[in-house]
Design a protein around this ligand. Sequence first.
Ligand code: KIV
Ligand code: ZN
Length: 513
Amino acid sequence: MADKLIIFDTTLRDGEQSPGASMTKDEKLRIARQLERLRVDVIEAGFAASSNGDFEAVKAIADHVKESTVCSLARANDRDISRAAEALKGAARSRIHTFIATSALHMEKKLRMTPDQVHEQAKLAVRFARNLTGDVEFSPEDGYRSDPDFLCRVLEAVIAEGATTINIPDTVGYAIPELYGNFIGELRERVPNSDKAVWSVHCHNDLGMAVANSLAGVKIGGARQVECTINGLGERAGNCSLEEVVMAVKTRRDYFGLELGIDATQIVPISRLVAQTTGFVVQPNKAVVGANAFAHASGIHQDGVLKARDTYEIMRAEDVGWSANKIVLGKLSGRNAFKQRLQELGIELESETEVNAAFAKFKELADRKSDIFDEDIVALVMDESVTTEHEHYRLLALSQRSEMGERPHAKVAFAAGTLEHHAESDGNGPVDASLKAIESKVQSGAEMLLYSVNAITSGSTESQGEVTVRLQHGGRVVNGVGADPDIVVASAKAYLAALNKLHSKMERVAAQG
Ligand code: KIV
Ligand code: ZN
């Protein structure tokens, strides 16, 4: 039997560290459930000690996810590790991932510790974690830029203390595939007890080589775990992208000879969910999950694909979860058909109340839009009024007047808790006027970092517009998403959704690492 390659997803931890990608507990839980459906082996759910919000999110994921191992990051100290263990208590399988920097630069300038102190702290941390769980991962942060002799000494010590996975991060995305692959191979050769642990790769994408480096770590270095994120989400240029690594290993099984536990048909749904949740849209020409990844525009290619698909296609779109925009439901569809479609899409709503709220939204939409696609249903359940948790502000009515050559004017009615506000304003455009009207009452003072509009289903102006608004206030960054056939209404919904998140006491301290 071929070796197994472990897929460790860190969208909810390293991915979320990307400025602007912070997620609420509910959003994280929804993504974690989808990751479980994708059958990733390990879900790094967060950094429990970094904030109460992160602790609660890790705990919720540990309590709900049963098929994947749930992991929390922890700095190499007793407090962080205890907090991680506490958050993971409810998990069917849990892992503590502890780390400390080992490069000369990080030890001297960031930690202000000597190599001997780092060596000792790494050992003690792994010993402490192993007393709390049998599954402990150790990462030497900035490992790729660390002195190999010192690194071998640290790794031998932590394996002797019981670390079961050794992860070698290329924290700053400096590696080159062949060099990184050789580096992993040499470490495995030189560390005397290396066979007692699974070796893992963790690559950042600063030079655009995170996937190539990770695959070299596997092929040349013999690593058997890859750390990655959906859509390559992550700080700066992001992390190694899960969908690319998975499809490379699957498509080129002849070369890698490795087994994966992943259900690739769940790739596109989760890619969409992560993009919708974070507002980080996927570029059209992105491998596997980009809108054009399977589109053939040139006549020669189209002709070839029609005659024999494998002339120009090395993967099948449906194998990674692309389905043609199918009309799935309409005005006459009943609650049962709607509920069944939710199930088929892998969407689990918490309660019958939520199903009812989603169904009411569906009916409203079906009255205005004759054909309802899967993408519409996903957008509909992303609407916060379905999962009522943070809904302080709620759009009640909106009208606007715009005419070429005239300054647009908007009137908006919205609820704020039990109060009803009516506001109006001019603006540069109808969207600007509507948001200004809302802001004139809310007076959030938030700074807008992003406003983006996408058509939910391509190819027709009948599509719903999906708007993402990113706001910053008091050191917090939040995303709001709204969908509606009318993009001005979608914009007002997105703005109120973002204000709801600022309004809730969701705590978020930027995680370090
Ligand atoms: O990039 C990095 O070094 C990390 C570690 C904390 C694993 O994310
Ligand atoms: Zn990282």
